[in-house]
Structure formats: structure tokens, C-alpha cells
Design a protein around this ligand. Structure first.
Ligand code: UDX
Length: 447
């Protein structure tokens, strides 16, 4: 199949490279000439494990090309994917579809023969209808069908998720789209990935409903974690205990500092807006959004409490800045609100992240960036682990303790065992752990 991918961001680039790896002929397009030049020179604009090799291999095989000009490739294509950004629109929380609409207009003008145009970007219900209208307007005689094919890949595991998806969802209104979409994904059927064909609006909603459900699941366990701290229970075991029930499932029950990233915050907000507009409010998701927002600042209060209740003039070490490990993505990262709140309380911040510091510098200019976890701990009244990078799982804790002003570890991802840390002479605060409850009991008894 001849495939064109419009938009060479996260989803576009990963999908394009994976389609090429399946043996399809793929052209990735982006308006950003610098990005395309970098890709042509063998550079990768994002950090995603394995992506550099995958791109290099398929470029060398002649199956993957990059360009800023979509017109030639679109004219020859069997399937054109729209994978441009749909950021939150300023002011009202809706998804900003201006890039999608612009892409549709340009595709319309470039179509030469029957082509399936597919929205892969996360787009609100009804966007497929809009794309169809815009293409028709731009080119009244064009032969095309518009399909919806949301992407469910996670950053940091993007290639694996793309190649072994739990399911492929395709929404069509025109039966002519079914054949080409089946061909595009045929290589995945060997992995037994099921393909679900449905109507276009349903497919668009599936993506939002999936992300909203996962965001709600995380938020649920985060609130349960808070309760655990109050009643002397352990959220890790609660997660295990409920997750073993197949109806609940064990994934996305890891309590932490609140979800971030380029998808959950934006998509939950957009879904809430759509639901309100249609007078069918999704109150559970409205609450999820509100609870998650307040959680990030609450995490800063947790750090302040662990550092003795006052951080004015004190140094706080931060391990991990990105919204999750194995990415350099800082979008909606909990670290942003946590660090801001700690600075507001008068703390000086020393931070280390394996991949995120370049991106962080622009967003957090007034902190000291250091070259290792040990330097982040230097002189710190507390060390807060915000992102669970593997590199933080086996730290030399003796060395950390030796350089800190006070041995306090606030583990916002529960990667350490409270008892072990306490044995080493640390004061340990995790998320929803029995040890925290014991500490709270001790504090209450002391009052
Ligand atoms: C998510 C969806 O998983 C993916 O299907 C969709 O296509 C895009 O959005 P991503 O944003 O890359 O992917 O990351 P994900 O691994 O889902 O994590 C999102 C956020 O939730 C992170 O901030 C993460 O730390 C947090 N999270 C996740 C938890 O706090 N606990 C969990 O148990 C899981």
C-alpha cells in the first residue's frame, strides 16, 4: 500500500515508521521544514526507545521518506492518514482542530484517484464529517472515503504498542474504505490483534472513552491511596487485591502524583466539553479532571510536610521531571506544578532527569539542573522522586543519605520499600502506604 502520513509528531512518526516496517511504502509529511531536514539527515526529533533504528532501517530499505510537500505523495496514495496535533484550544478547553482542517483542505486539493483519508489524530466526535465536507469543498470531483482510526500507543512503549495493539479500531461510513484499511493492518493479524470495524462517530468516541476511563481508573486509585494513608492500609496491596479481579484488571492502578502527558489531560477536558455541549454531562470525568488537578499541588504539600513543614530557604532535590519514564516529554508533567508550588513555598530546587532536562529548561527556568541523582540530593532537606525512571530504582542510598541535609525520601511513585529505607535511616513518605499511616499514627499520638 502507498501510505502518506500528514504530521510527523509522536503518533505520525511512530505510525509511519511502523507501517513502513510492515512493508508499506510510506511518506511522512510535516510543515516544519527543520523537523523534516533533521529526519532526512537521520535525526529523530523525539526520544522514543527504538525509533531511531526503526526509521534508519526503513529509510535505508527505501520504504520511508520525508517531505514538506504533501501534494505529490497524496496524489499517488492509497491511504492518507492525518496525524497532526489537536491541542487544547485556548479559553474553552475544546480540541483545536485548525491543523486537522488545514490538512483536509490541502489533501482535498491534491487527490487524484480514489483514496481513503483517515483521521489518526484524536479528534472529537463529528470531525470525520467535517473533514469530508472540507475535502469535498476543496475538490468537488474527488473520489475518496473518510475513515476514523484512533491510535492507542503510549509514549515510551510506542513501537511495541503499535505493533501489538490490543485492538485496531476503524470507523467507516463508506464500504470502499474497508478493503484498504484491512490491507494497511493485515500484517498485524498475524499477531492476532483484532480489528473492530464500526461507524465513524463511534470510533471517534471510542478513543476518548478509552482515555477517559483510564484517567478515571488512575484517579480512583489515587483517591484510595489518600484514604489508605488515613486508615493504615496499603494501596499497593489494594491495587493487587482488586486488580486480580478480571473484571477490574491490574493495569493503570498504580497510585502516583496524578496523570500527565499529552493525552489524558487534553482528552478528558475535550470529552467533558463535548458532553456538556450535547447536554449529556460526563460527571465522573468532570470530577476526574478536578481531582487530578488538585492532586499535583497536594503532592507539593506532601513534600513540604516530609521536609518538616517548612521549606523556606531549604533545598529540595527532584528526581524525574518528565510526565513518565522513557520519554523527554514534559507536557502536563506533575513535576511542573509540584516544583512551582515548592518554589512558591520558598524552596530552592535541584533537579535531575535522564532525558527531560532540555525540554524542562524552558518551562522551569529558575531551578538548578544537575548531572546525576546524587547531585540532586546534595544539601537537600528532602528528595522527591517524581518520575519512576529505571535509573532511580537501584540508587546507592548510602551515598544519597551522606550528601543530604536530612535523609528524607518522598517517593511519589512507590518504587522503594518503606521498611528498607527506614532501616537505612531514611524518613520515607510514599503514596498510600501503611508506613505513612503508621507515621501519621505516631504523629497523632504525639499530639
Ligand atoms: C496514554 C494512553 O495510555 C494511550 O493509549 C493513548 O494513546 C495516549 O495516552 P501516554 O500518555 O503515553 O498514553 O502514557 P500512559 O502510560 O498512559 O501514562 C499517562 C499518565 O498516567 C502518566 O502521567 C502516568 O504516570 C500516569 N499513570 C499511568 C499513573 O499515574 N498510574 C498508572 O497506573 C498508569
Amino acid at each position: 500500500m502507498r501510505i502518506v502520513m500528514i504530521g510527523s509528531g509522536y503518533v505520525g512518526l511512530v505510525s509511519g515508521a511502523c507501517f513502513a516496517d510492515f512493508g508499506h511504502d510510506v511518506v511522512c509529511v510535516d510543515k516544519d521544514a527543520k523537523k523534516i531536514a533533521k529526519l532526512e539527515a537521520g535525526g529523530i526529533p523525539i526520544f522514543e526507545p527504538g525509533l531511531d533504528q526503526l526509521v534508519a532501517k526503513n529509510v535505508a530499505a527505501g520504504r520511508l521518506r520525508f517531505t514538506t510537500d504533501l501534494s505529490g505523495p497524496v496524489g499517488d496514495a492509497d491511504v492518507v492518514f492525518i496525524g497532526v496535533g489537536t491541542p487544547t484550544r485556548r479559553g474553552d478547553g475544546h480540541a483545536d482542530l485548525s491543523y486537522v482542517h488545514a490538512a483536509a483542505r490541502e489533501i482535498g486539493a491534491a487527490l487524484k484517484r480514489f483514496t481513503v483519508v483517515v483521521t489518526k489524530s484524536t479528534v472529537p466526535v463529528g470531525t470525520g464529517d467535517e473533514v469530508e465536507r472540507i475535502i469535498r469543498e476543496a475538490n468537488p470531483s474527488a473520489e475518496f472515503a473518510v475513515a476514523s482510526n484512533p491510535e492507542f500507543l503510549r509514549e515510551g512503549a510506542a513501537i511495541e504498542d503499535f505493533k501489538r495493539p490490543d485492538r485496531i479500531v476503524v470507523g467507516i461510513e463508506d464500504e470502499r474504505a474497508r478493503g484498504p484499511m484491512t490491507e494497511v493492518y493485515r500484517p498485524l493479524f498475524l499477531n492476532h490483534s483484532p480489528i473492530l470495524f464500526t461507524r465513524r462517530r463511534t470510533s471517534e468516541l471510542i478513543k476518548y472513552a478509552a482515555n477517559a476511563f483510564l484517567a478515571m481508573k488512575i484517579t480512583f486509585i489515587n483517591e484510595v491511596a489518600d484514604l489508605c494513608e488515613k486508615v493504615g492500609a496499603d494501596v499497593q496491596d489494594v491495587s493487587r487485591g482488586i486488580g486480580l479481579d478480571n473484571r477490574i484488571g491490574s493495569k493503570f492502578l498504580h497510585a502516583g502524583p496524578g496523570y500527565g502527558g499529552s493525552c489524558f489531560p487534553k482528552d478528558t477536558l475535550a470529552l467533558v466539553k463535548t458532553a456538556q455541549d450535547h447536554d449529556a454531562p460526563l460527571r465522573l470525568i468532570e470530577t476526574t479532571v478536578a481531582v487530578n488537578d488538585t492532586r499535583k499541588r497536594a503532592m507539593a504539600r506532601k513534600v513540604i510536610a516530609a521536609a518538616g513543614g517548612d521549606v523556606r530557604g531549604k533545598t529540595i532535590g527532584i528526581l524525574g521531571l518528565t510526565f513518565k519514564p522513557n520519554t523527554d516529554d514534559m507536557r502536563e508533567a506533575p513535576s511542573l506544578s509540584i516544583i512551582q508550588a515548592l518554589q512558591d513555598a520558598g524552596a530552592t530546587i535541584r533537579a535531575y532527569d535522564p532525558e527531560g532536562m532540555d525540554a524542562a529548561r524552558a518551562l522551569l527556568p529558575d531551578i538548578t539542573y544537575v548531572a546525576s541523582p546524587y547531585e540532586a540530593a546534595e544539601g537537600a532537606a528532602a528528595l522527591a522522586l517524581v518520575t519512576e525512571w529505571d535509573a532511580f530504582r537501584a540508587l546507592d542510598l548510602g551515598r544519597i543519605k551522606a550528601v543530604m541535609a536530612a535523609p528524607v525520601l518522598v517517593d511519589l511513585r512507590n518504587i522503594y520499600k518503606p521498611a528498607e529505607l527506614e532501616r537505612l535511616g531514611f524518613r520515607y513518605a510514599g503514596i498510600g502506604r501503611a508506613a505513612d499511616a503508621e507515621a501519621a499514627d505516631v504523629a497523632r499520638a504525639a499530639e
